[in-house]
Write a protein that binds this ligand. Structure first.
Ligand SMILES: *[C@@H]1O[C@H](CO)[C@@H](O)[C@H](O)[C@H]1NC(C)=O
Ligand SMILES: *[C@@H]1O[C@H](CO)[C@@H](O)[C@H](O)[C@H]1NC(C)=O
Length: 389
């Protein structure tokens, strides 16, 4: 992380003062020491579950009508992360899990992928389901090229029928997906430069908050893609209501609200966040849940070193005991959706290793009616399941 601060200092010297103020706020977060963060939990109770069966879950889709969730998990991220630049080996791939959380006894079940192309690997990030059509759209950073994998979900047989792989120059770095109609999705692309191809330019793009990321509108019938907005490090995306959408800008760091219209998106407001926001989800009460990273330096260390630990307990020679691995803090807030509204901390945990908390929060959802929520962690074992009244 120190190198990153040196790099941005040099770049700022070259590029001049207009960037100074955002530099200050970003450096404040970059320099933050996780052990100075307080522990906050606004939940009635929470439990870290399924630590032995799932890990590295980036995103979660929640269906609060039927009480199920789909989790996007990839232990292979330890060796292959095209957002953060880990490039060891793409072979070990990820999977999608169906979790009937309405049943307190349920455990996540790996969905069986049918007709998935044999010559592609699967590294799932953001996902969304259209419950009307059962179409499940997943952003995947395959080593053969990033793209969208489009499946049809059959919950009875626990299968995902693969329908299409959509790769497009306007989807260079797909990260998060949101269904906006029966045949359309909005997709964020986190960067213009791909970190595996242009590591220095991708880093500069992140730390200088260059608007290289985009929001793309994808027509799933025609398989057509159009760029509708440019956003620095575009990440999570969520519908606030029928006309407005929120998008996380991880490097700025803030989330932005856009009004949707037939031609594209108009920016209406933006809200700063005290951490680097990752995925966004709305609940049925219209509140926006924002999960993200409080200390990107600590997250960077985890991304670089996680592969050195025997996290699946396979007794692999040369790998260190999993308890010794570094971890990174979690920060989850909610916004009530009002322009003058407030943000409230839901969960903040600085040093999960010592306190036994949950780290690397990357997505949070809540079923208001059942009083249950889920937080996923980009590099964590299991998921956090919380209860609220
Ligand atoms: C969006 O912005 C464009 C250009 O400024 C404007 O013409 C259009 O009316 C706006 N649309 C909405 C729905 O506000
Ligand atoms: C949708 O959400 C936006 C942003 O919070 C708000 O300004 C707008 O009034 C909402 N529209 C409706 C129809 O509720």
């Amino acid at each position: 992380m120190y190198t990153s601060i040196v790099i941005i200092s040099i770049l700022l010297a070259v590029l001049g003062p207009p960037l100074k103020s955002r530099y200050d706020s970003v450096v404040f977060i970059l320099k933050r020491r996780p052990d100075n963060l307080p522990s906050v939990s606004s939940f009635d109770s929470f439990e870290i579950k399924f630590e032995e069966s799932i890990r590295n879950c980036e995103d979660v889709y929640m269906n609060d009508e039927d009480g199920f969730a789909v989790l996007s998990c990839d232990p292979g991220r330890d060796n292959w992360n095209t957002v953060m630049g880990t490039k060891i080996d793409p072979q070990s791939t990820g999977g999608l899990y169906l979790y009937n959380y309405a049943d307190p006894e349920a455990t996540p079940v790996l969905l069986n992928m049918v007709n998935f192309p044999k010559d592609r690997d699967f590294h799932p990030l953001g996902l969304d389901l259209n419950p009307g059509t059962n179409q499940l759209i997943v952003a995947s950073h395959a080593s053969q090229g990033s793209g969208l994998e489009i499946f049809e979900l059959d919950r009875k047989s626990m299968t995902l029928n693969h329908r299409h792989t959509l790769m497009d120059p306007r989807l260079p770095t797909p990260n998060a997906v949101r269904v906006i109609s029966d045949y359309e999705v909005l997709v964020t692309n986190d960067h213009y430069f791909r970190i595996h191809q242009n590591p220095w330019l991708a880093l500069a793009e992140t730390y200088l908050a260059v608007p290289g990321g985009t929001i793309a509108r994808v027509n799933l019938l025609m398989l057509e893609v159009a760029t509708v907005a440019r956003v620095p490090f575009a990440n999570g995306i969520a519908l606030l209501n029928s006309s407005h959408v929120a998008v996380a800008s991880t490097s700025t760091p803030e989330f932005r609200v856009y009004e949707m219209h037939s031609m594209g998106l108009n920016l209406t407001m933006s809200f700063a966040t005290p951490f680097m926001p990752d995925n966004l989800n709305t609940d049925s009460a219209g509140r926006l849940l924002i999960a993200g990273h409080a200390a990107p330096g600590a997250l960077g260390v985890v991304a670089k070193t996680n592969h050195q630990y025997d996290l699946d307990g396979k007794g692999v020679e040369g790998k260190a005991a999993p308890e010794q691995r570094p971890r990174a803090p979690s920060w989850v807030t909610e916004w009530d959706g009002n322009m003058e509204g407030e943000m409230k901390d839901l969960y903040l945990e600085g040093l999960p290793a010592e306190k036994g908390g949950y780290g690397c929060s990357s997505s949070a959802t809540r079923d208001v009616g059942r009083g249950v929520g889920i937080i996923t962690g980009l590099y964590e074992k299991g998921i956090l399941v919380f209860k609220t009244s």
